[in-house]
Design a binder for this molecule. Structure first.
Ligand SMILES: [Zn+2]
Length: 186
């Protein structure tokens, strides 16, 4: 399957409402997930090496905060987090574990194929509470075609320059080959 681009339902630039729908549904799904043994092992590694005066930094493309759930403390999320919001008007970033993120997602977002689809419109999007801004919010995630945060990339480069051991754990397959929640889209 081709990677998301203009016209693809996961392309937030050409399909902003549908893209937002996918992101917010992913958020609802991930609220129900727990760290797996790999997350727990990495957190345990950090705790043990800290006791030896060493430091472990987790640099991840994951946007689900499961490393934090596993009690890793030093995490650089280069693709952002589903559990932060950014305002599309003023740019304010805020932590949010509110579920659902907006009323239109009440009862939506379960991974089961018979879950009804969420019909999200711009009117339904959550709103910024910063200083009466009321701009539309989106999950603070770097989406397909968007630019990575330069501050995070600088910190990643600093960590890679100074580390004495780097373990790279790849995804088993491209993200867009995974089923989209609720839609069944491959
Ligand atoms: Zn705002």
């Amino acid at each position: 399957m081709a990677s998301p681009g203009p016209g693809h339902p996961w392309c937030v630039q050409s399909e902003p409402v549908q893209g937002m729908g996918v992101l917010t549904l992913l958020r609802e799904v991930m609220l129900r997930k727990s760290p797996n043994p790999a997350h727990l092992a990495i957190a345990e590694c950090e705790a043990r090496l800290q006791r030896q005066g060493r430091r472990v930094t987790v640099i991840t493309q994951n946007i689900n905060e499961l490393h934090y759930c596993a009690r890793s403390t030093n995490v650089l999320e280069i693709h952002g987090s589903l559990f932060k919001t950014s305002c599309m008007s003023c740019g304010n970033v805020a932590v949010s574990h509110k579920s659902p993120i907006c009323a239109a997602l009440e009862g939506k977002g379960a991974p089961e194929p018979n879950t009804s689809d969420a019909q999200i419109t711009p009117h339904h999007l959550p709103r910024c509470e910063q200083g009466g801004c009321s701009g539309p919010l989106r999950p603070d995630v770097v989406w397909f075609g968007e630019t990575l945060d330069s501050d995070i990339l600088t910190r990643v480069e600093e960590e890679l320059d100074r580390c004495d051991l780097c373990l790279v754990v790849p995804l088993p397959r491209p993200l867009w080959d995974h089923p989209a929640p609720c839609t069944g889209t491959p």
